[in-house]
Design a protein around this ligand. Structure first.
Ligand SMILES: N[C@@H](CCSC[C@H]1O[C@@H](n2cnc3c(=O)[nH]cnc32)[C@H](O)[C@@H]1O)C(=O)O
Ligand SMILES: [Zn+2]
Length: 430
């Protein structure tokens, strides 16, 4: 049996209210076999981890990984222009091979910055699934469904094929969802069909919601409803597990509509900041018991897939919004990036905290750096001072995907060459 023993690290289990402590972690058969102050066991590999902190891998609850190919291609535009005039035309040129290498670029960045699982919505999802399989990361995959022109059911067929072919694949690292893109790209009839199908087949849903003021106005003009009301009236929240991306523009009634929902909200603060969308009412959602996790959105908007940037932005935006520095404290925002995001992906029974029997999805951060010394409060240090570049080791399902900042399962040279060459072709003339 393959065993891995991590020795002498600070441990942040992210189990609620548990204080950090120093100890060893034994991993066997892809799972956490034991956590204790001292473990006297022999293991096939021993990782000395003094001055490091072990914590659950970060879970990116909303992404379009292959959009990394479009990073820094068209910034400083309004969301609707950015999407219609730049992103969608470039994406229309993407082949499955482009998406494979674009996703690999995104995954390389995620592993290198401590993300061990992500929720993705995109096209050519077989290629995304292959990249997930080959790299060793964990993901919940969704074929994004835009119903603005009739395509004879092609997109829907692709969405269902993805689910049939890949659910539970790659040692269970891959799960799937159904992904109607957004209220403004999904008219009532096709949206209701997807929502009903999701309920009858017990497939989770992943959808963008109320990202911009323009969206709210559009839905008001068309249906005389808020985007959240529009989803609710079509039965979206009835029994379904729903992963809502953004949820920036919610009325008080809308927040009430989400109370008791299964699933919750993926908050993407950096994307919201940069696209000038607004500040999601995170503290109010939490007060109503809605699960809130963190995501980056695609690198086309977020500019990086570094979840440590989202952790800081999430906490600091709420403090600014409410004029109150006690809102979203360090420990809570770290839980949002780990166990709460895992809940949104429906994998919280397997990952998201460090506990015996759970899958070994964890990261080691190197604390011996000028910006991470001295150590007073570990939650604060990790949430507010650390960056993705401080991650030394990334482990998923017990497999070491990065060690000493070197990617172990991905050839960075290949990814770099493929991604840079393909990206040029995709944006030519746009
Ligand atoms: N374009 C696909 C379906 C959508 S996949 C998911 C889509 O979400 C888009 N996307 C990325 N970021 C955002 C965002 O912030 N808001 C809305 N859509 C986004 C992304 O460009 C991608 O096209 C088709 O025609 O079949
Ligand atoms: Zn998105």
């Amino acid at each position: 049996m393959n065993t891995l023993l991590i020795k002498g690290c600070h441990i942040l289990t992210m189990v609620e209210k548990e204080r950090p402590w120093v100890g060893d972690i034994l991993i066997a058969d892809g799972r956490i076999a034991k956590l204790a102050p001292v473990i006297e066991a022999s293991a096939s590999t021993v990782l000395p981890a003094k001055d490091m902190v072990a914590m659950p891998g970060l879970v990116n609850a909303h992404n379009h990984a292959s959009m990394s190919l479009l990073r820094a291609f068209s910034d400083d535009l309004k969301l609707m222009d950015w999407l219609d005039k730049k992103m969608l035309p470039a994406e229309a040129r993407m082949t499955p091979e482009d998406v494979y290498w674009g996703t690999m670029l995104g995954i390389a960045e995620m592993i290198a910055s401590g993300t061990t699982a992500f929720a993705d919505m995109y096209v050519h999802m077989d290629a995304v699934a292959e990249a997930v399989r080959d790299s060793g990361i964990r993901a919940s995959l969704t074929r994004g469904l835009i119903f603005l022109q009739d395509d004879g059911g092609r997109r829907m067929t692709e969405a269902l094929d993805l689910i049939d072919k890949w659910s539970g694949a790659a040692d269970g690292r891959i799960t799937t969802m159904l992904g109607p893109h957004a209220p403004y790209t999904c008219p009532p009839q096709p949206l209701k069909e997807v929502v009903d199908l999701a309920r009858s087949r017990r497939i989770p849903l992943h959808i963008h919601l109320a990202e911009t003021r323009e969206e709210v106005e559009k839905i008001r003009e068309k249906y005389d409803q808020t985007p959240t009301e529009y989803l609710q009236e079509l039965g979206t929240f009835h029994e379904n597990h729903v992963l809502l991306a953004h949820a920036v523009h919610l009325s008080l009634e809308d927040i009430g509509r989400l109370r008791g929902m299964r699933g919750g909200v993926a908050h993407n603060p950096v994307s919201n900041l940069k696209l000038g969308c607004g500040i999601a009412p995170v503290a109010e959602l939490l007060a109503q018991g809605v699960t809130v996790g963190l995501g980056t959105d695609g690198a086309g908007s977020a500019t990086t897939l570094d979840m440590f940037a989202e952790i800081k932005a999430a906490s600091w935006m709420q403090k600014l919004h409410y004029g109150d520095p006690t809102v979203l404290p360090a420990e809570q925002v770290l839980r949002m990036a780990t166990i709460e995001s895992a809940r949104l992906l429906g994998i919280d029974h397997e990952v998201g905290t460090l506990a015996t029997g759970k899958r070994a999805d964890l990261i080691l951060l190197d604390l011996k750096k000028p910006h991470l010394a001295p150590l007073h409060d570990l939650h604060s240090l990790v949430a507010y001072s650390a960056t993705g570049a401080d991650v030394d080791t990334t482990i998923v399902n017990g497999e070491v995907l990065m060690r000493d900042r070197k990617l172990q399962t991905i050839s960075w040279e290949d990814v770099y060459r493929q991604a840079t060459e393909r990206a040029k072709r995709l944006v030519a003339g746009l």
